[in-house]
Design a protein around this ligand. Sequence first.
Ligand SMILES: Cc1cc2nc3c(=O)[nH]c(=O)nc-3n(C[C@H](O)[C@H](O)[C@H](O)COP(=O)(O)OP(=O)(O)OC[C@H]3O[C@@H](n4cnc5c(N)ncnc54)[C@H](O)[C@@H]3O)c2cc1C
Length: 382
Amino acid sequence: MSTKHIVIIGGGIIGCTSAYYITHHPTFTSNNAVVTILEASSVAGGASGKAGGLVAKWAYPKELVDVTFAEHERLAREHNGKERWGFRYTGCGQWTGRGEDVVRDAGEMTSKTSLEKKEGLVSGKNTARRNTGLPDDLDWVKEDLTDAYEPMAGDGETAQVHPYQFTTSMCELAQEKGAKLVIGKASAINYSGSGASRSVSGVEYVNEAGSKEVIPASTVIVAAGPWTSTLLPSVPISGTRAHSITVRPTRPVSAYALFTEITLPRSSFRTSLGSPEIYARPNNEVYACSPGDGEPLPSSTKEVKVDQQVCEALFKQISAISSELRGEVTASQACYLPNVNSGPRGCPIVGEVDNAKDLIIAAGHTCWVSLSCTLRHCCGNL
Ligand SMILES: Cc1cc2nc3c(=O)[nH]c(=O)nc-3n(C[C@H](O)[C@H](O)[C@H](O)COP(=O)(O)OP(=O)(O)OC[C@H]3O[C@@H](n4cnc5c(N)ncnc54)[C@H](O)[C@@H]3O)c2cc1C
């Protein structure tokens, strides 16, 4: 049997879970299939390492969520995801209230693009208000600043992973089964044949030393996130920059993910409303992210510009509602959310493209990534 060469372009969550599922498929043997992950900078160096890591039954698109929530639970059981990538169930709600004066000024964003994560919620479901509704164990936001807390889903319907740990674990687990990781930036996909028999033959890339090389390929999966259209211009995917920070709280805090609407005092904030998402993580870390902005996509994850003023403003906003969140800032970062520019909201582009046999795209997962959707395509070809 001839050897199949499967090249996955992109070492984000989609590329790494693609490699995981292919190498863990019952029909996979590393003797007749070589799987290579080709990553331009570093595994999980983009959104897949800097996202919030929320996993929810109420996410969208529903067709993928119905499969992937249970799959996250299974992966965590099988590979000790609790320890390895911080898998756990979490409370989740919409917090509305006021911020208090904490520290003086930092720059704030002027143009904001919602990441639209809450769009998956069914209107009216689980949104009944009870006085302020603040749960007893959500004791790290100030009760006297709370106007309302609305739980966004029932028990067991929202979970979380540490996205960097999850993505790098998927890469390692694929490597344990024979996948190769190559650091290099894909510059072109080569083809052979024409018409109905046109198929991929290789991937050209620039290695870390700056030289051009080619990996032979019988299947190419393009999972380059917001950079996908730089390789496949006909694919309508773009990127939205979003900033985030991680904070070591002043004491361990309970497991909640909060979508906030904070009315900010004009005396010390440039904007009157802040809407950071705040996720407590198990490793004594709290993650917070801001809405997106219009900064153009740079050439790689390494070139992403971080506007420190936006990160400082984010810290100031979360500090304004919680003394516990006034701890040490452990990371100030930015990354690009992959968006599909047309078609149904929140639907990634998955499947064969560009009239080439065995050229598969898996990108555009917006603010809800759904593991890899390429399993059927790739394993069917083994
Ligand atoms: C602020 C923020 C918060 C988020 N929170 C959540 C959340 O809580 N839950 C959730 O499910 N989703 C969340 N998301 C969405 C999620 O992070 C993304 O949908 C997901 O990470 C996209 O993964 P990806 O592998 O497609 O892209 P990426 O993570 O961008 O990975 C693409 C990879 O391809 C590489 N690459 C690009 N071009 C080339 C090339 N030419 N050659 C080789 N490699 C290349 C890049 O270096 C990169 O490593 C969030 C996103 C943002 C921005």
